[in-house]
Design a protein around this ligand. Structure first.
Ligand code: S3P
Length: 170
């Protein structure tokens, strides 16, 4: 088994919740790329978007991922848009097993409903935005992933268990 596990997939799919449970199963550390950016800057993702725009956020995300792939023995939850950058894709592919957590747009909408720190969803109707992002990104997620795990109607704990089993070859 490779030393790191990288979770990719859209907003609201459960990368952080599943990632924490998975890290416990695998006795690895859990790291969330967005949280690392927030800790480092002392600003929320929303504030970074407000001040620096999406381009500023993406530049921070690229350097954060370049740094985090140097670590070993981690389960990393990546931001939903990180795979749209070629440097990020290359870094993830090279340094760990890439897992796509997938969900229908309806599930994504339900799961992001009560969360405010998602600036991309504040520009219009969240369902339309999530659908447009899904159409653009789902093929990229699939192309990059070593494994795909659907999460619709599944608890984070059971998805985490399934991933752990698969990775441990059980
Ligand atoms: C984004 C997803 C967010 C965060 C930022 C942009 C995206 O992360 O990185 O708001 O482009 O899909 P989560 O996938 O953890 O919500």
């Amino acid at each position: 088994m490779k030393k790191n596990v990288y979770l990719i997939g859209p907003m609201g799919v459960g990368k952080s919740t599943i990632g924490k449970a998975l890290a416990r199963h695998l006795a690895m550390d859990f790291v969330d790329s967005d949280h690392e950016i927030e800790d480092r800057t002392g600003a929320t993702i929303s504030l970074i978007f407000d001040i620096e725009g999406e381009d500023g956020f993406r530049a921070r995300e690229i350097s954060m991922i370049a740094e985090l792939v140097q670590r070993s023995n981690i389960v990393l939850a990546t931001g939903g848009g990180s795979v749209m950058d070629e440097d990020n894709r290359r870094a993830l592919r090279k340094n760990g097993v890439v897992i796509y957590l997938s969900a229908s747009v309806a599930t994504q909408v339900k799961r992001v409903r009560n969360n405010r720190n998602r600036p991309l969803l504040e520009k219009g109707d969240p369902e339309q935005i999530l659908r447009a992002l899904w159409e653009e990104r789902d093929p990229v997620y699939r192309q990059e992933a070593d494994h795909v795990f659907p999460t619709d109607d599944r608890s984070p704990a059971s998805v985490a268990r399934d991933i752990a089993k698969e990775l441990q070859g059980a």
